[in-house]
Design a protein around this ligand. Structure first.
Ligand code: TYD
Ligand code: MG
Length: 469
């Protein structure tokens, strides 16, 4: 009986296939399949239980939540689903340089105030890690450092130390001598993670794994681990900007929709418990082309500034550039503006971006984006204190969005005074907001800019008119 068999795993989506192919059969990415060695155990490693397994009535099942270690930062607890669960394996993914090691050193310092933390670094020397910790104010004697990349050695130290938290920075540097392949290959990354998962569960020590997201396929990215680990968090943000979002995409112990918000500064990261305020503080005051939208990240409303710039370009090489927004969404919005408002972007470059390096993942920002484009084109700023909420349909209709009430409350709480919302929304309305319901993008434009617009569409003279005072 063979000791191992070979399959192939896509470094992009983590999908498996039995044969090698140039294109991944699951996600259709090219040249991403890597050989993966599956180890077959010689005999069944599971201990024979003395008693036969017994099923338990659902109602007799214990209800208590998994006990958690809570960190000082509420933003970290939030992203983790309420704190660190004992024996859990958590993957922290992100592009190189985004701040994963920094974030984990902060977390280590917070846990170290009540217990031992083992920080395993295969990427940096002990001195480098110490220097960073010093800069962050995280020089805690209860943080133990291990510069090591051999899996068995790492597991041995975790077992001997039984820390309150173990951090492996990064999983792509860990190697198991018993396996083929170099550090970072799919085989090494997956088998090492699976071994650490078993260890975490056996001795009830939570383990955090750092996983670099890389564009080139030579090392396996965090995606090949997503189905192994309990929790997946991605740290996002533009390296040149301050804000960082820690986004949960999988959590066996809590909501997988939460985000934590942080800001990178001179002495590391700080949590940002009120991101809307931070974003609004940096917002460009009523410049043409900017709009405030209210998006929802998990259960959390966020006021975000979107910006547009349209620029005449006769060369025929049109540019459509979207930062923080899906570029296909931008194409759709431009098409709707062309068709429903008779605008033409056939001779214009269009750039849109979300301030602060934030990425918008839901369509409720469509209408705000559309208005910001119109605002820039007409060189007319949007009214002061206006928040725009609504999804755009292909026929130019403004569609209702979920959790409108939360979005409106967030706007009111931050001193905004007016809101454009989809018509027919049934939501409680904060009394401090002037609310205008709009049915179409044309109505929204006329309400926001309070004058008949340049359009082939007939628009009833400002039916709502609240914005016209
Ligand atoms: P790092 O945590 O090393 O990123 P990763 O582990 O994800 O690769 O963070 C590196 C970046 O963070 C680097 O560009 C410098 C910046 N940084 C600060 O701006 N302030 C700080 O106090 C620290 C420690 C890093
Ligand atoms: Mg690092």
């Amino acid at each position: 009986m063979p000791k191992s068999t070979i399959t192939f795993v896509c470094t992009e989506c983590g999908g498996e296939s039995l044969r090698w192919a140039g294109q991944c059969p699951h996600c259709r990415a090219w040249n991403t399949l890597q050989e993966f060695q599956v180890r077959k155990a010689g005999k069944d490693p599971r201990p024979k239980s003395i008693q036969p397994a017994r099923a338990v009535a659902l109602t007799d099942m214990a209800t208590e939540d998994a006990p958690r270690t809570r960190l000082e930062w509420g933003e970290l607890n939030r992203a983790l689903g309420g704190g660190i669960v004992g024996g859990s394996l958590v993957l922290i993914g992100g592009e190189p340089g985004v701040g994963k090691s920094t974030l984990l050193m902060h977390a280590a310092a917070q846990v170290a105030r009540s217990g031992k933390v083992l920080y395993v670094s295969g990427e940096e020397s002990g001195q480098q890690v110490r220097m960073r910790a010093q800069r962050l104010g995280a020089l805690e004697p209860a943080i133990l450092l291990l510069a090591e990349s051999d899996l068995e050695t790492i597991c041995g130290v975790i077992e001997a130390e039984r820390p309150k938290l173990a951090i492996i920075d990064s999983i792509q540097t860990v190697t198991d001598g018993g396996l083929d392949g170099s550090a970072g290959s799919v085989t090494q990354v997956r088998e090492s993670a699976a071994r650490l998962m078993r260890l975490a569960k056996e001795i009830n020590v939570p383990i955090f794994l750092v996983g670099h997201v890389t564009k080139d396929g030579s090392i396996a990215g965090p995606r090949v681990l997503e189905h192994i680990v309990d929790t997946v968090l991605y740290l996002e943000g533009d390296r040149r900007q301050e804000l960082r979002l820690l986004r949960a995409t999988k959590n066996r112990f809590g909501s997988a929709e939460e985000i934590g918000v942080f800001a990178m500064g001179e002495s590391g990261l700080e949590e940002v418990p009120d991101p809307s305020a931070a974003i609004l503080a940096g917002a460009a005051a009523t410049a043409p082309g900017t709009a405030i939208v209210a998006t929802l990240e998990g259960t959390r409303p966020l006021l975000v500034e979107v910006q547009s710039l349209t620029n005449k370009n006769e060369s025929g090489m049109l540019r459509r550039i979207a930062n923080g927004i899906d570029v296909n969404r931008l194409h759709m919005i431009l098409a709707v503006l062309e068709k429903r408002l008779n605008r033409s972007f056939a001779k214009s470059d269009v750039f849109v971006s979300v301030a602060g390096g934030i990425r918008i993942t839901e369509p409720a920002a469509d209408l705000g984006l559309a208005l910001s484009i119109v605002s820039n084109e007409e060189s007319r700023p949007m009214p002061d204190g206006l928040v725009v909420i609504g999804e755009l349909g292909l026929s130019g209709e403004v569609r209702r969005v979920g959790h409108l009430e939360r979005r409106l409350q967030e706007a009111a709480r931050h001193g905004l005074t007016r809101a454009l919302i989809p018509a027919g929304s049934r939501a409680g309305r904060p009394s401090r907001l002037d609310i205008v319901e709009v049915r179409s993008v044309a109505e929204a434009v006329s309400a926001a800019f309070s004058s008949p617009i340049r359009s082939g569409t007939f628009i009833k003279e400002a039916t709502h008119g609240l914005l016209r005072r």
